[in-house]
Design a protein around this ligand. Structure first.
Ligand SMILES: Nc1ncnc2c1ncn2[C@@H]1O[C@H](COP(=O)(O)OP(=O)(O)OP(=O)(O)O)[C@@H](O)[C@H]1O
Length: 315
């Protein structure tokens, strides 16, 4: 069965504006093939949540698919909005048109938007993949994530990258990952270690000098960095990596091991895997969720895995 109708959520700001060209090409293909769709454009930060709520609440189309054209942040918002409606099981299609596109990598979709479009159009039934749900207890916030939630180093790097004057230029040159690397180096030399308590399967682990604390749904963060190679978006579990504070030579050594996929073998790197994970920090730390800033505060987070239907053919 083919998708009967596509509700498109398009973020023209994704990929620092490069999504606009992608969108034009996709629209052309849909028109050429006489595929039925309706377009909703995200006009401001967070708007995709409202658009997805409208789609989920007022859908009258049989076999409808919500198709997101944007980056990981737009996908996150669209799923968050949809799951707040009476139609949370509408399948979600996705065309990666952002700077990082880690979700596409993580589930094995093409990162080329036109190839990804074919993967969406070829689908004849939904597939189910894990996503994460979090509760931030200090503020009572809840939400979903498709990639990861990070506290500490990666979140500080996201904040530094977003403030970087080079981000826009590098994105236009399709070098978004380089912008993130500049952010990484900037914060490595300025961030201090912090204590974190992790609760998994009834066991508490205290790590006094943590540096990076990232709960992830699949291996990638930061635009293609394979931070946790063993994480799978199909296993009904989330994965947590905690890296302890390192001196510069050890950091550089671990970066090399990261490139080789061997960094998790070292004793200053802790890995946890479970359907539910909780963690607490006591100092003021940056947080990031799917590359979006969560602010700077002490975090008390409870994570659980959930399932989401996606409309894509990965065969
Ligand atoms: N019309 C808009 N103008 C400005 N910002 C917008 C608009 N619509 C959405 N946004 C915001 O754009 C931001 C970036 O979106 P998104 O994450 O999809 O792209 P990206 O950052 O380029 O990609 P990635 O997360 O894959 O690196 C999000 O915070 C989103 O809320």
């Amino acid at each position: 069965m083919q998708a009967g109708f596509f509700y498109i959520i398009f973020n023209p700001a994704a990929g620092s504006g490069t999504a606009v060209e992608v969108f034009k090409k996709i629209k052309q293909v849909l028109d050429d093939r006489k595929i039925q769709y309706e377009i909703k454009v995200s006009r401001y930060s967070g708007h995709a949540i409202q658009l997805a709520k409208q789609i989920g609440s007022f859908n009258q189309q049989a076999g409808a698919v919500m198709l997101v054209i944007g980056g990981d942040g737009t996908l996150n918002q669209a799923i968050t909005g949809l799951r707040q409606t009476r139609n949370p099981q509408m399948p979600v299609g996705y065309i990666p048109a952002g700077s990082g596109n880690d979700f596409a990598r993580g589930i094995g979709m093409s990162q080329d938007p036109m190839v990804a479009l074919e993967q969406v159009l070829q689908a004849s039934q939904p597939i189910v993949r894990d996503i994460g749900h979090y509760t931030e207890k200090t503020r009572g916030d809840t939400g979903y994530f498709v990639n990861n939630v990070g506290v500490g180093f990666d979140a500080a790097a996201v904040a530094a990258t977003n403030r970087s004057r080079f981000k826009k230029v590098l994105n236009r040159l399709h070098l978004g990952s380089l912008a993130y690397m500049v952010g990484v180096l900037t914060v490595f030399f300025s961030r201090k270690p912090f204590p974190v308590a992790v609760y998994v399967n009834g066991k508490r682990t205290y790590i006094p000098q943590a540096f990076l604390v990232t709960t992830t749904n699949h291996p990638y963060f930061g635009g293609g960095v394979r931070i946790l190679p063993s994480a799978k978006p199909t296993d009904g579990k989330l994965d947590l990596i905690v890296v302890e504070h390192l001196n510069t030579p050890y950091f550089l050594f671990l970066c090399l091991q990261l490139l080789l996929g061997r960094h998790t073998h070292y004793r200053r790197v802790h890995v946890f895997e479970a359907a539910r994970i909780e963690l607490e920090t006591s100092s003021l730390e940056f947080g990031q969720m799917d590359g979006e800033e969560m602010g700077s505060r002490p975090y008390e987070l409870a994570f659980r895995v959930e399932q989401q239907k996606f409309w894509v053919d990965l065969t």
